[in-house]
Design a protein around this ligand. Structure first.
Ligand SMILES: O=C(O)CCC(=O)C(=O)O
Length: 273
């Protein structure tokens, strides 16, 4: 992470990283997301069900090891969590050296993954604004002492271009340092100071979860598909909605195909020598 990127991340709470993924990585990730979307849509309303701590109802897919909620309908989104188990095509994002360079620059303790979701946003869907100062968000706090020290950051990988019209990820720059509870409702299209971040396929957005953020309404016919991976200190449990504050849901079969460095991203303690 360059000096300028650190300065901008500290000042604004996010940075846009151009060309984070190669064309080949974009192609294989896009195919894997498309295949998983089809599978998840077939099962999303089926048993077995899990009701998350936040009240969302999920299908637990035992065959492929993911959790899914949502629907393919106007205004709706499909969220597939723990996608690592479903397809080894996603392994390229684990111990990805460019990503780890950013993560290690802003998470002080040994970083592990605490969130993994594929978001599929159909026409008319918006992601509500959240983050910023509120008592229940302090676990994701942003601090600076002698260096940046984040409790949770996310890397969002883009596998196709996204304009504002197509439901861009959006932020209120600088709100990670705010002191007062946000007085606005959660409509990202109406929130004062909210700006959409337009990107190209292969770009990524890196942000602190303490920043006020969301997704503008997708007013286009393009379904918006993104891959989100969260990181924080090794002691933070899952921040996925389905498995909130449980250990990360990674099957033994998945862990067995990983390198020790990749396995270490899901464990409080890395493999012994
Ligand atoms: O990409 C979006 O639409 C919103 C994503 C989001 O809120 C998140 O990754 O925390």
């Amino acid at each position: 992470m360059t000096e300028i990127e650190q300065y901008e991340f500290d000042r604004q709470g996010y940075i846009v990283i151009k060309n984070m993924l190669t064309n080949q990585e974009v192609g294989s990730l896009r195919s894997a997301v498309d295949v998983l979307e089809e599978h998840a849509l077939e099962y999303v309303d089926e048993p077995p069900r899990l009701v998350s701590a936040w009240g969302h109802e999920y299908h637990v897919n035992k065959e492929k090891g993911y959790h899914v909620q949502g629907a393919k309908e106007e205004g709706k989104t499909l969220i597939i969590e723990d996608f690592w188990n479903a397809d080894s095509a996603f392994d390229v994002l684990l111990d990805h050296s460019k990503t780890m360079d950013y993560v290690q620059a802003v998470v002080r303790s040994r970083p592990t993954i605490n969130n993994s979701e594929i978001r599929i946003r159909y026409k008319g869907n918006a992601s509500s604004s959240h983050g910023g100062m509120r008592p229940d968000n302090s676990k994701y706090r942003y601090t600076f002492t002698d260096r940046i020290d984040c409790m949770m950051v996310r890397m969002v990988y883009f596998i196709h271009d996204v304009t504002n019209e197509q439901g861009a990820f959006c932020v209120v720059p600088g709100t990670h340092k705010g002191n007062l509870k946000c007085p606005y409702e959660s409509d990202p299209n109406a929130e004062p100071g909210m700006v959409g971040l337009e990107v190209k396929a292969g770009d990524a957005i890196f942000f602190t979860e303490h920043l006020r953020h969301g997704g503008l309404t997708n007013r286009s016919d393009q379904v918006r598909k993104t891959i989100h991976v969260g990181y924080g200190p090794y002691w933070m449990m899952s921040q996925n909605i389905a498995t909130m504050d449980d250990p990360q849901f990674v099957t033994d079969e998945t862990l067995a195909r990983y390198t020790p460095e990749q396995r270490g991203l899901f464990r409080a303690w890395p493999d012994k020598e």
